[in-house]
Ligand binder design. Structure first.
Ligand code: DOR
Length: 452
């Protein structure tokens, strides 16, 4: 199948260009404004923008074990709708993905059910170092340095030192200091106001754990990615890390990411959203929102990902602290960021860098993250002028709610291709399309910092 997408404003590595893109089978064959070619399908995309598909490197899709919240079919359909063509999924399922056998079970489920491309992290425990050493076909090792949903936790220094010293895959971590969170939780025991969540999982908890993890990465010279940075203080730590590198020619080992909820929501939203705004790490202040945007703009944070973490509305309705932490977002994350482009907060090229190019480089994903000949035809056509209101009842995610219910956003994906197959178009999913497992070339060692 050969498809010619004509006249779109295409976000290329070099900038925004009105050009034509030829897709042949699963790959991009040509990018050329003067192209004359026969194709099975010719799409006139005048007035629309063509982007590389979004790579969301932090999602919780709940299968196996928690499929009442979400499963790979519903979640991957939500991805296709949202312009996300590849997801990397976290190990806190039931059972947790802490062995190659359990990882392979998930990979089989992905092949069977996923509408988009996929990869699955292996989870660290204090005792599975041999599994972590041998793990294959995975973006990397996920450590919960602080506990969250599920029972994964590694917070003893000796166990962390071993994982950083004795494994070779890239490492990523949920950074909230367990001792700080527990002490705060004891102080606020009995308080049922969810706003207290931000005082329990406070700035100190996030900063202590992020500092500890960066220190481990630097001492052991390991590739390390800080998940969901939520505070100005962590952005400053990352700034200090990059400043320390500038003095030498050392290659950066540490990357970081921010999530739309930490960029766009803050503690002032609890009164409106209640436990729907309960996330780990917690929401922080408007000053923290601004610091995260600055860190993205100056390159101290490279990636935007969702931490899509669905729970049912019934579960969320339990009184705090019995309500679970997490919100869904794969189907709205790109629209939320495009809306920010339209508001003048950032550029379309920056959004593509943060959501497509940087995650591909961070996880050494082969053939993804940009529109160029030879790359996978994971593409999303967006209408920057389309205004649409997010509605709970229209969500594809199984839990069927969004923290942005009622918000009008301008700039939406209208068509999504996964390796050349049209997975989503104008509100409808092609149920026959299946994604493929992402390939990780870890010998590259995180190519995000290189210019090209
Ligand atoms: O709020 C969160 N929920 N943060 C996490 O890190 C885990 C997630 C979940 O899996 O529910």
């Amino acid at each position: 199948m050969k498809t010619l997408i004509k006249n779109a404003q295409v976000v290329l590595p070099a900038g925004l260009v009105q050009t034509n893109v030829v897709v042949d089978g699963p790959r991009i064959a040509e990018v050329d404004a003067a192209i004359q070619t026969r194709a099975d399908e010719v799409i006139d995309a005048g007035g629309l923008h063509l982007l590389p598909g979004v790579i969301d490197d932090q999602v919780h899709f709940r299968e196996p074990g928690l499929a009442h919240k979400e499963d790979l079919r519903t979640a991957s359909r939500a991805c296709a709708k949202g312009g996300v063509t590849t997801f990397l999924e976290m190990p806190n399922t039931v059972p947790a993905a802490t062995t190659q056998r359990l990882l392979d079970d998930k990979r089989r489920l992905g092949a069977e059910k996923s509408s988009v491309n996929y990869g699955f992290y292996i989870g660290a425990t204090p005792h599975n170092i041999d599994e972590l050493r041998r793990a294959r076909n995975t973006p990397g090792i996920k450590i919960f340095i602080g506990s969250s949903t599920g029972d994964l936790l590694v917070d003893e220094q000796e166990a962390l030192e071993r994982i950083f010293a004795e494994t070779t895959l890239p490492i990523t971590a949920h950074c909230e200091d367990e001792a700080t969170v527990r002490a705060n939780a004891a102080r606020f025991a009995g308080v049922a106001d969810v706003a207290v969540h931000s005082q329990i999982r406070d700035v100190a908890a996030a900063t202590i754990a992020t500092r500890r993890a960066i220190d481990l990465a630097v001492r052991h010279r390991r590739r390390f990615h800080v998940l969901h940075v939520s505070t100005a203080a962590e952005a400053e730590l990352l700034g200090q890390y990059y400043a320390s590198l500038a003095a030498s020619s050392a290659r950066p080992l540490v990357t970081a990411e921010a999530c739309p909820h930490h960029l766009l929501l803050n503690v002032d939203d609890y009164w409106r959203l209640g436990t729907l705004a309960q996330m780990n790490p917690s929401l922080k202040t408007a000053d923290d929102n601004r610091a995260l945007w600055r860190a993205l703009a100056d390159g101290c944070i490279q990636v935007v990902a969702t931490d899509h973490a669905p729970h049912t509305l019934q579960e969320k309705a339990r009184p705090y602290p019995h309500s679970p932490s997490g919100m869904p977002n794969v189907e709205n994350s790109l629209a939320l960021m495009l809306n920010e482009v339209n508001r003048g907060r950032c550029t379309l090229q920056q959004v593509v860098r943060w959501m497509c190019d940087a995650p591909a480089r961070t996880w050494d994903i082969v053939g993804k993250g940009r529109i160029a000949p030879g790359y996978d035809a994971d593409l999303v056509l967006v209408d920057m002028n389309l205004a649409r209101t997010v509605r709970n009842e229209e969500q594809f995610a199984k839990c069927r709610w969004s923290a942005w219910h009622g918000a009008e956003l301008t700039g939406w994906p209208v068509r999504t291709w996964v390796r050349g197959q049209e997975a989503f178009r104008d509100g409808r999913i092609d149920e026959t399309v299946r994604g493929a497992e992402a390939q990780f070339d870890h010998a590259r060692g995180g190519s995000w910092a290189t210019a090209d």
